[in-house]
Design a protein around this ligand. Structure first.
Ligand SMILES: Nc1ncnc2c1ncn2[C@@H]1O[C@H](COP(=O)(O)OP(=O)(O)OP(=O)(O)O)[C@@H](O)[C@H]1O
Ligand SMILES: [Mg+2]
Length: 456
């Protein structure tokens, strides 16, 4: 759809329709005014004729005066008919006997002329009818004087007035069309500038579009596009970062694995080979954990958008705890869960599982054997959904509580397994859900309290 033709259609079609209606109304009005003016002259000649009716020797006589018809003379293109006669019985004295009589319902009152339209000799005519009393009981009581004229002059006048005005109005409509086209063209120039600017860009250029002098109505559109490209840029940046991180992080364990495999192959002694294969097995575990974490990090990218659905957190966290029960028991950790009333938030269940799993995994991993880990899901005093993971391990010093969220950051003495991505994943997933993650001290004793607070 072209904006120009759309605007023109919406502005010009109604304008032309209005002009046509106005033209029609004006025609009727002009005709009425012309009738009024011409009727007066028509009446004048009827009155002049009425003056000339006389009774001589008991007979009615009319001396149709030249003056009566002269009044109408100037309208050379029109034809004049008249009739003077008795009203009752309807007998003509002079003139055209078959001139149409006035409509009976509105027959001429005493002295009051009646104007009406009729057809005479195949032509439309305007007639004035005048009634005059005649005080001669032998002849007739009332005289009827009628003068008719064809409509040529009236129509010619209204047509001329109309054509003048109509042509002027039409010229105005044409001017309006021209101005609208020019206005739209000028209004669209900034958009063309933006189009050229974007076309000329390099493939990877995702910088925001300059607003410049775009019309104010278009600003929200440009802003939305800029928001979109900004998201795209962050997504690209995240992908680039991910590939850089992944290749860097995977290089070391793969080199180690390769070296271990070469070492195993070089062994003659089966037991020595088995020991190295066991090391390969452990390294594979670490590497696969890293691959898992890297993929989780990529999936939880806040710039990526996927549909949200209602997620029941109590059930979700319970399942995660159940899955992690075996590693917890293996490490001699007691894992407890507290969650009763359902707590539902909008979100992505797979990501929220990843979030809870990372927090619980940390608690189990960094709490020494014999320790306790408690997971609780509830709504807090202000009605916000909350997930809390509490442990009685070494905790994290307040100064480190922010840095541990950085990618690949690990505290000294955290052990070999683990790649430092868990809390970064937790934060990303929380951000995507508008939630806030905080690390704090547990209410009693030592350890760590990790809590995630959702907006709703
Ligand atoms: N509950 C905890 N108690 C004590 N230290 C913790 C706890 N949770 C995390 N940490 C510290 O924060 C660091 C970062 O944790 P994070 O989960 O991001 O990485 P990670 O556990 O080392 O690796 P992974 O990516 O496999 O989870 C950990 O190395 C650990 O030193
Ligand atoms: Mg971790």
């Amino acid at each position: 759809m072209r904006l120009r033709s759309h605007l023109l259609r919406w502005l010009l079609v109604p304008l032309i329709a209005l002009w046509a209606i106005g033209f029609r109304v004006q025609y009727a009005r002009t005709l009425a005014l012309a009738n009024e003016a011409y009727d007066r002259t028509l009446l004048g000649s009827a009155l002049a004729m009425a003056e000339q009716v006389s009774v001589q020797d008991g007979r009615l006589g009319v001396d149709v005066p030249d003056a009566a018809l002269e009044m109408l003379e100037s309208r050379a293109q029109d034809r004049i008919f008249y009739r003077v006669g008795c009203l009752d019985p309807p007998v003509a004295v002079t003139g055209y006997d078959d001139l149409p009589a006035p409509p009976s319902a509105s027959g001429p009152g005493d002295g009051q002329p009646v104007f009406f339209d009729a057809r005479y000799r195949g032509e439309p005519v305007r007639i004035v009818a005048l009634r005059r009393p005649l005080y001669d009981p032998h002849l007739c009581g009332q005289l009827l004087i009628q003068v008719a004229e064809t409509l040529g002059a009236r129509q010619a006048l209204s047509r001329r007035v109309l054509l003048d005005a109509g042509a002027l109005q039409l010229a105005l409509v044409a001017m309006a069309a021209l101005l609208i086209t020019l206005g739209v063209h000028r209004g669209l120039l900034p958009l063309k500038r933006i189009r050229d600017e974007i076309r000329a860009r390099g493939q990877a250029d995702l910088t925001p579009i300059r607003l410049g002098s775009v019309p104010r109505e278009v600003v929200p559109l440009i802003e939305a596009i800029n928001l979109h490209t900004n998201r795209q840029r962050r997504l690209n940046e995240a992908h680039r970062q991910f590939i850089a991180d992944a290749s860097h992080q995977l290089k070391t364990p793969l080199t180690v694995l390769k070296a271990q495999a070469a070492q195993a192959l070089a062994q003659q002694d089966v037991q020595a080979m088995r020991d190295i294969v066991q090391e390969i097995h452990d390294s594979t575990d670490t590497t696969s954990r890293m691959v898992h974490q890297l993929l989780a990090l990529a999936r939880s990218d806040p710039a990526a958008t996927t549909a949200q659905e209602p997620v029941e957190l109590v059930e979700l966290a319970r399942t995660v705890c159940f899955d992690l029960l075996t590693p917890a028991l293996a490490r001699g950790i007691e894992l407890g869960f507290d969650g009763h009333a359902p707590v539902t938030v909008p979100g992505q269940p797979l990501l929220l599982r990843e979030l809870v799993a990372n927090l619980v995994d940390n608690a189990i991993r960094y709490t020494p054997a014999g320790g306790q880990v408690a997971v609780a899901v509830r709504r807090d005093d202000t009605g916000h959904a909350c997930i809390e993971v509490l442990d009685d391990g070494p905790g994290i010093a307040p100064a480190e509580r922010e840095t541990v969220f950085e990618r690949f950051y690990r505290l000294h003495g955290s052990g070999a397994d683990g790649c430092g991505l868990g809390l970064a994943i937790v934060r990303q997933i929380a951000e995507r859900h508008g939630a806030r993650v905080t690390l704090g001290d547990p209410p009693h004793g030592h350890g760590l309290l990790a809590s995630v607070r959702f907006p709703g």
